[in-house]
Design a protein around this ligand. Structure first.
Ligand SMILES: Nc1ncnc2c1ncn2[C@@H]1O[C@H](COP(=O)(O)OP(=O)(O)OP(=O)(O)O)[C@@H](O)[C@H]1O
Ligand SMILES: [Mg+2]
Length: 347
């Protein structure tokens, strides 16, 4: 069977068969749509394609065989699905019509101004950072910056220096502007690969790589005297610790941080915060570590599907993704556009 024949056969099959062929041959095949799955199968080495062609031939022979088999023979999986029986209603099928794009986007923007009252988890985190390392694991937009600014204020009030790190230069620049407005421009400096401003300020914003390099210099004897007054290191987006390439930078930074310095790790997506806390305690035995976990999402998620032509449609047929956890349904327009894109016929 040549590639064209193989392709024709694959195109005619339901996608579940393609996944069956791809299993063990194509990494993360379950994430691919039909079109990309076929392309990946066609790109396999020829011995594997030969094996797939062989499986295909076996599959094709099943209906013929079954006609001659006795009724007691074991049933085999059909090549093509049987004509579908009338579908049972979905247990979570909403009775209302699918949401329109305008309704889905409504209300996004700046919330109504109201007095700021810190949440309990924010208060607990701020209290804990005064005497121990703290890991804050809380969803995006829940207010981790408040914990950071309060902790910075506490440290600066006792003349300690503070380092705030982020994984990206762009985020460091944003925080530099934000903190300069909040604490005053003379109180804040920045050190990234591109910028070095006000490096003597008590609050320094930098990328985690720069901090790791400073700590390297300190351990090699070229000691930066300001490390003696370093009271607090904040590692924003600390889930980078698990990054296969850059994670080592976070790991070394945590290991090399002076013991008198409190660590504040902020993240919306640490999968194993408890394990991380235990590891921190093991590498910093003289310091305790407090884990603050907050799971309630204050900014609701809304799902949208962006088609490659630029068309934007609601992803699901109702507004709130979280309420749909037990059985969500895709918006009919998303389904139509997605299948049009993934199942476009080959020329
Ligand atoms: N207790 C609170 N009550 C009301 N609004 C709050 C509270 N805490 C923080 N906010 C507001 O929530 C918004 C998002 O906060 P912030 O930027 O700190 O989120 P974050 O947790 O750092 O999110 P990300 O994971 O995206 O970095 C800000 O506008 C902030 O002022
Ligand atoms: Mg943040």
């Amino acid at each position: 069977m040549n590639d064209n024949d193989l392709q024709r056969e694959l195109v005619s099959l339901p996608i579940k068969y393609l996944h069956r062929f791809a299993k063990g041959r194509i990494h993360r095949h379950f994430r691919l749509g039909k079109r990309r799955l076929i392309d990946s199968i066609l790109a396999l080495p020829s011995d594997q394609k030969l094996a797939i062609a062989h499986d295909l031939e076996q599959l094709s022979s099943i209906p013929k065989k079954r006609a001659t088999e006795s009724s007691t023979a074991p049933r085999q999986t059909p090549l093509h699905p049987r004509p579908s029986s009338p579908k049972k209603p979905h247990p979570h099928k909403p009775t209302s019509p699918p949401i329109g794009l305008q309704d889905l986007l409504e209300g996004i923007g700046v919330p109504e101004p109201k007095p700021f009252v810190p949440d309990d988890w924010q208060r607990k985190a701020v209290e804990a950072i005064a005497h121990s390392d703290v890991i804050v694991s809380a969803p995006t937009g829940s207010g981790k910056t408040f914990v950071a600014t309060e902790a910075i204020q506490q440290a600066m009030a006792t003349n300690q220096t503070v380092i705030y790190t982020s994984p990206l230069k762009a985020l460091s620049n944003t925080k530099y502007m934000e903190f300069s407005q909040y604490f005053g421009a003379d109180q804040v400096g920045i050190l990234t690969g591109d910028r070095r401003d006000n490096a003597q300020a008590p609050l320094l914003i930098m990328t985690t790589e720069i901090l790791r390099n400073i700590l390297y210099d300190a351990t090699s004897g070229d000691l930066d005297l300001r490390l003696h007054t370093l009271g607090l290191v904040i590692l924003d987006e600390s889930q980078y610790l698990a990054d296969p390439e850059r994670g080592v930078v976070w790991e070394e930074t945590l290991i090399l941080c002076p013991t008198q310095t409190r660590l504040l790790l902020l993240s919306a997506s640490i999968g194993n915060p408890q394990e991380l806390a235990e590891w921190l305690i093991s590498i910093r035995p003289t310091t305790s570590c407090h884990l603050i976990q907050h799971t309630k999402r204050s900014v609701p998620l809304r799902g949208l599907y962006l088609h490659p032509t630029g068309q934007l449609v609601p992803l699901l047929d109702s507004r709130d993704i979280q309420q749909q956890r037990k059985g969500y349904r895709f918006h009919p327009e998303t389904k139509r556009l997605f299948s049009e894109y993934e199942f476009k016929p080959y020329h």
